[in-house]
Design a protein around this ligand. Structure first.
Ligand SMILES: [Zn+2]
Length: 1006
């Protein structure tokens, strides 16, 4: 008998292939004999591609032991036969198992650990043979039933040698067997496919893949086996390359350079990850990093600039942000699609990121996951051209249909943890799984936020810098603001936080040519060759001051508009989009708890059933045992129910709160301008921060910013585009001046000019100005306001106090206009009796007044006047003094003082508010208005206790003509503005102007 079958197959091999008639042949191969790991990865890759085939699915379910050649009895149970080299050919030598074969249903599966290039079989009568080729050719010959031959991989799996390759493809062509690579089918009856196979053969030629495998395959293998495979400066913090005692990196076979954990990083990770998980800003985290660096415990890893340090970022918030964030993520990479809130919630609740996220997302949080699991998820660029490449069991991923290279995503074998002094391993550098997940979830949550505009904040919070839409502008040579004679100057604004956390901004300039770049031009990090940033900072401003200044000037500009009602109202604005919803996390937790609850309930039911069965069978002890278990489970059910209720309540409370705040925003039917003014004022009190909605409105409203340093001042201009209800926009030019805080060292007090501008020229509230300038009212009053007033000729104590406390800002503004008027200019503005009265009152050196604008409690006086003006009869005949006193809880003497004020020594004389209604002086009534058409019909019933009103002798004005009842001098011509129809009173005894405003609006009873 020949040693070969009539199909030219060596009998020992033919016997092991068996007598089946499979339709489909499958081969996996790894080039190192006996490498269990390598071939297992090949099988896994093959199964993942052909798992839809039921027979392959069955084979994939075999345990790994079945493929272990050292225990062939296990494989035998699954029908696996082991093949030796000697089985293949009569001249072949070798009894080690080199391949396994199994037939399942219509599939014959070959598991080969053999090189496809070595000539294993020496022949004296012809070319030496490659074992793999011999095996495949024998397989094709042995089974005439085969219709396809499948590989997981590129052609190098099938055959490297061109002659071998041709032998196999030719055989398949003649036998009409399709070749399938990585799921891609080549049918050689189709000329295009034949050509493609030929081309693949070229690619699979001898030299190319060797070189490429050296480049890609080795690195891939190193990554997979947990080697470092990158320079130390590119490694994530916490690990360095393992070195021998001479400081040389240790190279360990297939793994290459070995990562070794640094125990000194345990406290560093502890602090930075806790801070990250707690949501601390990256600016603050960067400060911690600078401190660790100064301590020698943390070194910046920047493989493009080995000398880079964290300390170098100190002047640049953006650089600080990048430095801090790159500790947690690879700063150059962002996933194309941000993960959903639901996915982030699942991850937070403990699910495997591989089940939840796509590869991009896993790559984004790879550094954090390395710390959490010890395994590093990496991406290796493929440099083997061709589709459906699988290297060492890892299929390449392609960007799109036209990508011919793609990349490999690898999850490494675990990297070693650090050890403590006692030599014990410290998993996760001592961090908790939860902390790591929180840090990663935060990073992913930030990913969901839109990319910040320039000049904006450095990190994401629920609020933002209220003003940040500053686009660059250019100034021509010789114009104001030009810095260069030979070319235009480009100006721009950048956000900055000073060390105390104050939101500032800096004004930057450079040559226009230095700012030129693709599309939108260069960012503000480059200033031309050899130029450094500090030399190009022209001024520094406080964002809060800018916001307050814009609010003041917008308010003034809008008030001067003819038709206020023409401006759109807020309800016409687009609603705010949803920001990150933390209830998703809680909802997910509830889902998990509900699943647990269902299981527990089923368990309890089972126990009860068993108890009933046991009782029925007369086994009381067992019945009791089951009943006890049922009751125990019931307790756990109640615990879980309580937990669900608790989380649900939390979700509800959060939603209610959100609804309340949204409703609050939306119900307001105020004009856009009023909303902006109030919002900017509010943000000025909160360090320039504002809700995102207000910020977006500001971005849309304020355009064409120009800022110009002017010594200690910083002048700004912009245009406000206000939407009109008729459509279109009104364009209001705004201009103002704030402090240039750069010229001031430390926390020195703002100069008098700034204070006077804010308090008098712009008429702002003293407390707000004090807050803005970060000083007390007392300091502001003693050091700036009072000295200036005296220098301008306002010397009476009462006048000074009343002015700074005055509830009508226009009074301070008017006084400022008058006091600082240009003496040379003609007083062209029409001088009204009211303005004359203001000046006369406050410049009167003998003015006797209290320590505030409204020095008395006026609420009860206003109440008395309401009683007396209640109807025509009362207005005419008045009420008994006693009745009024009793009604208001006052003495008769106090009521009579409203008619005839008592002279007080040293103090000031109060004005009169009422008149006697009869000669007997038993009744009082409101004073009739003596002027014009009011005479005999109207009464002066509105209480105003301010110096300029009281100067008439009266503390009341007529609501209709806004005059006091005085008829002497200019009083009949002195009409007070409508703002005087508001009501103010004194805060009460014991207060001081130095701590707070003493004059406050009266809260009218409804
Ligand atoms: Zn009147």
């Amino acid at each position: 008998m020949s040693t070969y079958t009539d199909r030219k197959v060596h009998r020992p091999f033919a016997d092991k292939l068996g007598t089946g008639s499979p339709l489909s042949g499958h081969a996996v191969r790894f080039s190192v004999i006996g490498d269990a790991g390598g071939i297992a990865a090949q099988r896994a890759a093959h199964f993942s591609i052909y798992g839809d085939n039921p027979a392959i699915a069955k084979i994939s379910a075999f345990p790994d032991d079945a493929w272990d050649p050292s225990s062939p009895e296990v494989g035998a149970k699954y029908g696996i036969s082991w093949i030796t080299m000697a089985d293949l050919h009569h001249t072949a030598r070798g009894t080690d198992p080199i391949a396994a074969v199994v037939c399942v249903d219509g599939v014959v599966f070959l598991n080969i650990t053999l090189s496809s290039t070595l000539k294993h079989i020496s022949r004296q009568d012809g070319e030496d043979l490659n074992g793999v080729t011999v095996m495949i050719m024998a397989l094709l010959n042995h089974f005439p039933s085969l219709r396809e031959m499948c590989w997981a991989d590129d052609v190098t799996r099938a055959g490297r040698d061109k002659a071998d390759w041709t032998q196999i493809t030719t055989k398949c062509k003649h036998r009409d067997i399709a070749l399938v690579f990585g799921g891609q089918r080549y049918d050689q009856r189709n000329p295009g496919d034949e050509l493609a196979l030929g081309a693949l053969g070229l690619v699979g030629g001898n030299d190319d893949p060797n070189r490429r495998r050296k480049l890609t395959g080795k690195r891939l293998m190193k990554c997979k086996l947990g080697g470092a495979a990158i320079s130390e400066m590119q490694m994530p913090h916490g690990w360095h390359q393992k070195k021998d005692r001479h400081g040389r990196p240790v190279n360990e076979g297939d793994r290459g350079l070995i990562p070794e954990a640094n125990p000194a990083m345990i406290p560093v990770f502890g602090a930075l990850y806790d801070a990250g998980a707690a949501g601390e800003s990256y600016q603050v985290i960067a400060e911690r990093m600078v401190a660790f660096e100064a301590d020698g415990r943390l070194r910046r890893r920047d493989h493009t600039n080995l000398d880079n340090t964290y300390a170098q970022t100190v002047d640049d918030p953006l650089a600080r942000y990048d430095a801090a964030k790159s500790f947690f993520v690879r700063s150059s990479f962002r996933p194309r699609i941000a993960p959903s809130e639901q996915d982030i919630a699942r991850y937070l609740a403990g699910e495997d990121p591989a089940d939840v996220f796509d590869a991009d997302t896993r790559l984004y949080i790879a550094k954090v996951e390395l710390l959490r699991t010890g395994r590093y998820f990496r991406r290796l660029r493929n440099d083997i051209r061709g589709r459906n490449i699988v290297l060492d069991g890892i299929p390449a991923t392609y960007r799109d249909d036209r990508d011919e290279y793609g990349w490999f995503d690898i999850l490494s074998a675990p990297w070693a943890w650090p050890t403590d002094d006692a030599g014990r391993e410290v998993p996760r550098f001592g961090l908790s799984d939860d902390t790591c997940r929180k840090v990663a979830a935060r990073l992913l949550g930030e990913l969901r936020a839109p990319k910040a505009a320039t000049g904006g904040q450095a990190h994401r919070t629920s609020t933002r810098r209220v003003l940040r839409g500053f686009t660059n502008w250019t100034v021509q040579p010789a114009e104001a603001g030009s810095k260069y004679d030979d070319e235009p100057t480009q100006w721009g604004v950048e956000a900055r936080n000073n060390l105390s956390g104050r939101a500032n901004f800096i004004l930057l300039f450079r040559r226009e040519s230095a700012g030129a770049g693709p599309r939108t031009g260069r960012g503000w990090s480059y200033f031309g060759p050899g130029e450094s940033k500090p030399a190009h900072i022209a001024a520094t401003g406080s964002l809060a001051e800018l916001a307050a200044s814009v609010a003041t000037h917008l308010d003034r500009a809008v008030r001067s508009l003819a038709d206020l009602g023409s401006i759109s109202t807020l309800t016409e604005l687009p609603a705010e989009e949803q920001t990150y919803d933390q209830t998703a996390t809680w909802e997910h937790r509830i889902d998990l708890k509900r699943t647990e609850l269902t299981q527990l309930e089923a368990e309890a039911k089972g126990h009860r059933t068993m108890a009933a069965l046991a009782a029925g069978a007369g086994d009381d002890d067992e019945a009791k045992a089951y009943a006890a278990q049922a009751s125990e489970v019931r307790t756990r059910v109640r615990d879980v129910e309580a937990e669900i209720a608790r989380i649900a309540a939390k979700v509800q409370a959060h939603r209610d709160q959100q609804r309340a705040s949204t409703a609050h925003d939306d119900q307001a039917d105020v004009s856009v301008a009023a909303y902006l003014v109030a919002g900017l004022e509010g943000s000025a009190r909160r360090n320039g921060e504002a809700p995102a909605r207000l910020g977006r409105l500001c971005d849309e409203t304020f355009t064409d910013w120009r800022l110009r340093p002017d010594g200690e001042d910083l002048a700004w201009t912009c245009a406000a585009l206000l939407p009109l209800s008729s459509g279109g926009h009104a364009r209001l030019p705004l201009a103002g001046t704030i402090r240039n805080v750069r010229t001031r060292t430390g926390k020195t007090l703002a100069n008098a000019e700034t204070v006077v501008r804010y308090v008098f020229e712009e008429g702002r509230d003293l407390t707000e100005v004090a807050d803005l300038l970060q000083v007390t009212r007392k300091t502001l009053l003693i050091k700036r306001v009072m000295p200036w007033l005296v220098s301008e000729g306002v010397t009476a104590r009462g006048a000074k106090c009343a002015l700074v406390d005055h509830p009508v800002p226009a009074v301070r503004q008017e006084l400022h206009r008058w006091l600082t008027r240009d003496p040379g200019a003609t007083t062209a503005t029409t001088s009204s009796a009211y303005l004359d009265r203001l000046r006369a009152t406050y410049e009167d050196p003998d003015l006797a007044w209290g320590d505030s604008a409204v020095p008395d409690d006026t609420t009860w006086i206003a109440e008395a006047l309401r009683l007396l003006a209640v109807d025509t009869e009362t207005r005419k005949h008045g009420l008994p003094v006693l009745d009024v006193a009793l009604a208001l809880g006052r003495s008769e003497a106090e009521v009579r003082e409203l008619v005839k004020p008592q002279k007080r020594s040293g103090g000031f004389t109060r004005p009169c508010y009422l008149a006697y209604a009869n000669k007997a002086k038993t009744h009082v009534k409101a004073i009739g208005c003596p002027h014009g058409r009011c005479k005999g019909r109207r009464f002066a019933s509105h209480v105003v206790l301010l110096p300029e009103v009281a100067a008439s002798g009266y503390g009341v004005v007529c609501i209709h003509c806004r005059r006091t009842p005085a008829t002497h001098e200019a009083w009949p011509r002195t009409q007070f503005p409508t703002t005087y129809l508001e009501s103010w009173t004194n805060r009460g005894p014991g207060g001081s102007l130095r701590t707070e405003a003493q004059t406050v609006p009266t809260s009218r009873p409804a």
